[in-house]
Design a protein around this ligand. Structure first.
Ligand code: IPE
Ligand code: IPE
Ligand code: MG
Length: 247
């Protein structure tokens, strides 16, 4: 344990790490197809990689990791594939709940969970409840998440408050609006990584990404490693973030 701690300190002192990293976990299907396997095998491999990368982020001192696991558009896929993804999620949450104290990975969920199976919703609620008792590294899993959907929901919620006489339109500014998003109480992502060679956001964190640094790689998510993440962090550390100003 002592040894592990020492290694962790060295890893942290080496270079600065982004406070909040977000990842589009893409390429599972192609990874499986390339191996002559069903797409679902790619999702299973991808879920193991999530576990590894989340643990790694925790160890190097990242505060928040937000991952895109299932989009509002992913319901267009075959019933078989959607069922397999939901089954993997259930398995992951069961295991995460058991090991949460040991793992020190708090979990939060971004997205409309009401469309998920009741059993999954219960697991997510329980995970959230236990996570709230701890402090430290937090992983946000985006499930039935869409950036546009998130913005529309926040706008609707504010409009409802106005109708109820609890808010007025003029009081709505960027900070107030941000606080109504799923990510309300956490900082915007510093670095957004998309593996698998696709160069688009696919509706991920549209509001929060205003000044995020993007990093794209051709590596498919099931092949993603901590070394790959270190490459992204190294590239991030070389960027000049000006936020519209001059440096
Ligand atoms: C990402 O991998 C996982 C989900 C979208 C659920 P994909 O399943 O999109 O993999 P590709 O892009 O088809 O290879
Ligand atoms: C984005 O990947 C969603 C997730 C990784 C969960 P997609 O594979 O769904 O995105 P597109 O279809 O390539 O844009
Ligand atoms: Mg994809």
């Amino acid at each position: 344990m002592k040894l592990f701690r020492k290694k962790k300190e060295v890893m942290q002192a080496d270079r600065p790490v982004p406070k909040h990293i977000a990842i589009v976990m893409d390429g599972n299907g192609r990874w499986a197809t390339n191996r002559g396997l069903p797409r679902t095998a790619g999702h299973a491999a991808g879920s193991e990689v999530f576990r590894r990368i989340a643990t790694y982020c925790r160890d190097i001192g990242v505060s928040y990791l937000t991952v895109y696991a299932f989009s509002t558009e992913n319901w267009k896929r075959s019933e078989e594939e959607v069922t397999a993804i939901m089954g993997l999620l259930k398995k992951y949450l069961f295991e995460a709940l058991e090991k949460m104290e040991n793992d020190r990975i708090r979990l939060e969920f971004f997205g409309d969970l009401t469309r998920l199976a009741p059993e999954l919703q219960e697991l997510a609620a329980k995970t959230r409840e236990i996570s709230a008792r701890y402090e430290g590294f937090q992983a946000n899993i985006c499930l039935n998440y869409g950036g546009r959907d998130e913005i529309v929901r926040a706008a609707r919620a504010y409009a409802e408050k106005c109708v109820a006489g609890e808010a007025v339109p003029d009081a709505l500014d960027e900070a107030a609006f941000s606080s109504m998003l799923y990510s309300g109480d956490i900082p915007d992502p510093d670095l957004i990584i998309r593996p698998s060679g696709e160069l688009r956001t696919s509706n991920f964190l549209l509001w929060q990404s205003a000044y995020s640094e993007y990093y794209f790689t051709d590596v498919l998510w099931p092949d993603y490693t901590p070394e790959e993440l270190e490459r992204a962090i190294a590239a991030f550390n070389k960027r000049s973030r000006r936020f519209g100003g001059v440096k």
